[in-house]
Design a protein around this ligand. Sequence first.
Ligand SMILES: Cc1ncc(COP(=O)(O)O)c(C=O)c1O
Length: 408
Amino acid sequence: MSMSTRSALEASGRIFRSKGISRRVRQITISAIKEMPLLASRLEGCVSLGQGIPSFPTPPHIVEAVCHALRDLPESGKYTLGPGMARLREAIAEHLQRDKGIHAAPDREICVTVGAMEALSAAVLTVVDRGDEVILPSPNYASHIEQVLLAEGVPVFVPLGAEDWQLDVEAMARAVTPRTRSIIVCNPHNPTGANFREADLRALAALAVERDLFVIADETYDFLTFDGQPHFSLATLPELKDRIIATYSFSKKYAMTGWRVGYVHASEGVLDQIMKVHDAVAICAPAVSQIAALAALEGPQECVAEIRGVLERRRNLICSSLDRLKGYFSYVRPRGAYYLMARMTHPGVSSMDLALRLLNEARVITIPGAAFGPEGEQHIRLSFGGLESEIVEALKRMEAWLDRQAFS
Ligand SMILES: Cc1ncc(COP(=O)(O)O)c(C=O)c1O
């Protein structure tokens, strides 16, 4: 945790105790993505471009299926099998086959998890030992960093291309050492909004095969690309079959962030190992959330296209609003997910200071780029998952605040 977050939290009365706390936990932090809303909850009238919570309610047919199950199905309040309800795993396998041409055996290769987050943590704990190196693009989703540290691994940051935030696979190859175990890649990418090129993803797969590495593919935003761009999934590559762990989420695709349900797909031998972690930390994903996930997969899919359409319009809105702040920020237009990294053109302002000042003085929640790895510094991450009116208001406040500062 940076000193400024620590002092902000200390000032807000939160006490730190480290005696008796494990080294593994002491060295990780709650990501700034969650800390900033916590700090904001102590202030009046903030608008958020912070945590990636889309504004959409869970579609009514999903809610209805759960209400029905709670009334009429006694098993909705009980543990399910560890890997999840059989019918849900079958629906997931059909979905992977239909949407991506991926063959997954529902009884041996899929486990339903407590969001993609649990799937990712379990994946990292399964393949990373103390001191093992894990290659992460920088900037990168902050929780991947903490998950590697929690497994006592060593994050090795490889910068994304600053011009376009695309993967630099040659630099990744140079970063591989005998201690490297895995590469974690999330596509479309949080926090930059990049949609990685198929050729680079294929080169990354070749690198993993050549250097005998696992690939952890975070597919949370696989449905969410803009401008008609296709999404290329590493999980479709047969050469990765026994070395890829692909994690998926219902959170953003079906507006189900609060239901905490996702899944992991890996080959049988690897999934057997992941299952041990899943059993130790979760037993199973919540039964009601699995029922909701099943309704999401079996129900009409128009909601997914609707969410994509609305978010593309919000992408356009935030970009045109940011264009008015050219004197302060530059950015790469997002092609997927719903984030962008706004680069402060004025040097010498730390991302944490900027985010804290925007919060305290302009009442706008943003996420300091430093939370996403070294290349995140000099940036703040803006989420455009919120309502148009919130985006407009937040940018208006930022503009007014920036105009009052000495830098331009
Ligand atoms: C890249 C990425 N991976 C994983 C997650 C967590 O997903 P879930 O809600 O399914 O745990 C998020 C949430 O924002 C995310 O942005």
